[in-house]
Design a protein around this ligand. Structure first.
Ligand SMILES: NC(=O)c1ccc[n+]([C@@H]2O[C@H](COP(=O)([O-])OP(=O)(O)OC[C@H]3O[C@@H](n4cnc5c(N)ncnc54)[C@H](O)[C@@H]3O)[C@@H](O)[C@H]2O)c1
Length: 384
């Protein structure tokens, strides 16, 4: 009989569907990791809910997630709903005793995160993780391996960025990400922050201080329903300049860029770590490769190393073929299932402790921007 984990999905939009697609592509993974079987779907939007009728595993359909949580057949729940709902829905999932894979930013703000934390304290038997897929690109995993082997030497600088450009289209209607009520004060930082934090936090590259420049560049957009202009209340772009510290005690400049208005970008994720002995950079613009340079005295020449499908969880695809976004999601879901089942997991999903640090950083960034000053962060390092 097939070895599976019975899932419910709350939020059948963009990300809910990605999970459904990955769950039906499990054959792609070698080995016998239990497959997530999405037996139940829940959405308040009928059209989005109906999309799940295409999933042969989905037998139960709900409009109210509280009804779904009463279903004893469901072991774990993936939640992909707008940010203002995270605290309530994640808390209810945990209290119902269902394992949770929640979406970023894992609570709309620090207070919302603390509410989720309370639920976790009440149910320590429930396994909880947050999504973040980009570190699962094999080229990023190669960077991680080099870092853990100490190949970078003393860290000089580190940069982590994600840049979108779809909002450059000024005729694009307003969506929930541009409203304070649904996305919170973090704006683009809540939406994009964890994508730039998972890798450094896990490597123990921690911000000690933060300065921030936040920009609201497009102040109103058309409402798709009414055609009227509505105010865009949240930040479009954010640049955080931090003093970072490595596990070896090196102090260095560290930047986090989260932008919804970046000309020419798609969903461009870039990770760069510069060291005295080795420097390396990854970009989703060249997802199959890692750029690196080894320092030889006065000379450093950049090289491009094609990495291909050297995935954390082996796949049927030949090693020479390219790796992409949906492959990264498959690897991330595999990591969640492995950890849930107590199986070996070399690079776990973003943890609640890391989410706590993320909220500390983003809350401090809001203050740094507001007051135009450097804000000092606590010295705990969840990834070390
Ligand atoms: N990991 C990633 O790369 C990634 C990418 C995009 C979005 N996200 C995250 O995923 C989450 C959802 O974003 P999205 O882009 O999928 O949004 P979306 O708008 O496409 O989907 C959200 C869905 O939630 C539904 N919903 C709203 N209220 C609900 C309720 N009370 N009960 C049940 N369903 C409800 C909506 O009808 C919609 O179908 C957010 O936290 C976002 O930050 C993650």
């Amino acid at each position: 009989m097939e070895n599976t984990v019975s899932f419910g999905v709350i939020g059948c939009g963009l990300m809910g569907r990605e999970f459904a697609s990955a769950s039906l592509r499990w054959l792609h993974l070698k080995g016998d990791l239990p497959r997530p079987r999405i037996i139940a779907a829940c959405d308040t939007n009928e059209e989005n809910l109906n999309w799940f009728r295409k999933d042969p595993d989905t037998k139960f359909f709900y409009r109210d997630y509280r009804d779904m949580l009463k279903n004893p057949q469901i072991e774990a729940v993936y939640v992909a709903v707008p940010h203002f709902l995270h605290a309530r829905v994640y808390g209810d999932v945990i209290r119902a005793g269902k394992h949770l894979l929640g979406e970023k930013p894992f609570g709309m703000d620090q207070k919302a995160f603390e509410e989720i934390e309370k639920a976790m304290a009440e149910r320590p038997d429930v396994f909880v993780r947050c999504t973040s897929e980009f570190p699962y690109y094999p080229a990023v995993q190669q960077m991680i391996a080099w870092f853990r082997e100490g190949k970078f030497g003393r860290i000089i600088e580190a940069k982590f960025s994600i840049r979108h450009s779809s909002d450059m289209d000024l005729s694009k209607p307003i969506n929930w990400k541009r409203t304070l009520a649904a996305n919170g004060a973090y704006g683009c930082m809540g939406d994009l922050g964890i994508h730039v934090q998972h890798l450094p936090f896990r490597l123990g590259l921690m911000p000690r201080t933060v300065n921030a420049v936040l920009a609201n560049l497009v102040k109103e957009r058309r409402d798709a329903q009414t055609g009227e202009m509505r105010p865009c209340e949240t930040w479009d772009n954010a640049i955080l300049l931090c003093e970072g510290e490595s596990p070896a005690g090196d102090r260095f400049p560290m930047t986090f860029e989260m932008k919804r208005m970046a000309p020419g970008c798609g969903n461009t994720v870039e990770y760069e770590i510069y060291g005295m002995e080795l420097s390396a950079g990854f970009s989703t613009d060249d997802p199959n490769a890692l750029r690196y340079t080894v320092s030889r005295g006065q000379e450093q020449a950049w090289a491009r190393l094609p990495v291909g499908q050297k995935t954390l969880y082996p796949v049927i695809t030949g090693g020479i073929f390219e790796f992409g976004f949906s492959d990264a999601l498959l690897q991330m879901f595999a990591a969640y299932i492995s950890e849930l089942k107590g199986l070996p997991c070399a690079f776990p999903c973003f943890t609640p402790r890391e989410a706590k640090k993320s909220h500390e950083l983003l809350t401090a960034a809001l203050m740094a921007n507001e007051e135009g000053k450097t804000v000092r962060l606590s010295q705990d390092a969840p990834g070390r």
